[in-house]
Design a binder for this molecule. Structure first.
Ligand code: ZN
Length: 117
């Protein structure tokens, strides 16, 4: 049993591609793309069950992004507890000496997020 969706970009049917042409004789139209659910595998949720390609997804987001942001608004930041270790390591800078760039070592630090599990 196959399930289908129509591409959710409201302007999908205005994009001129051969794959959208339907109809006979002088009654040709550009039609919204029909999408087979699970066409890229069955992991859920899969955005490609609703949009025929990235262009249509982005046209949709450009048109409705404000409404989506309002519907799923973020009023405060979220936080994930982590453990951080600081590590020193030798890195390099390139200094110009008038004619050339000279590779110069220096002691740098980096933060390492340790596995929280
Ligand atoms: Zn589309």
């Amino acid at each position: 049993m196959s399930e289908y969706n129509w591409c959710h970009n409201p302007d999908c049917h205005k994009i001129e591609t051969q794959s959208r042409v339907r109809g006979t004789g002088d009654n040709k139209v550009l039609r919204t793309i029909k999408i087979k659910v699970g066409r890229y595998g069955n992991y859920q949720p899969n955005i490609w069950n609703y949009f025929c390609n990235q262009h249509c997804l982005h046209q949709f987001l450009n048109k409705f992004g404000q409404e989506i942001a309002n519907t799923y608004s973020v009023k405060q930041p979220s936080e994930t507890p982590i453990k951080v270790r600081t590590e020193k390591y030798e890195s390099y800078r390139y200094k110009h000496n008038g004619n050339d760039y000279v590779r110069t070592p220096y002691q740098a630090t980096r933060k390492i997020i340790e596995n929280s599990s």
